[in-house]
Design a binder for this molecule. Sequence first.
Ligand SMILES: [Zn+2]
Length: 66
Amino acid sequence: MPENVIRMMCPNLKCKAILGVPAEARGRVVRCKQCGTNIRIPRKGETPVTQPAAAPPPPAPAADVV
Ligand SMILES: [Zn+2]
């Protein structure tokens, strides 16, 4: 396996494509070829992105305004 290629999973839960990105793309943003999601490649030593980048905010509770 070449060391200059980073393998990471697309954070899009509906896609989860395994992407092989070149090591020189560290710290930059690449686009998933399958779903078009922008993914930031972590620099060396950073924690790889394993969670969805943008989780939908929880719905605000409906308050009865009198
Ligand atoms: Zn994707």
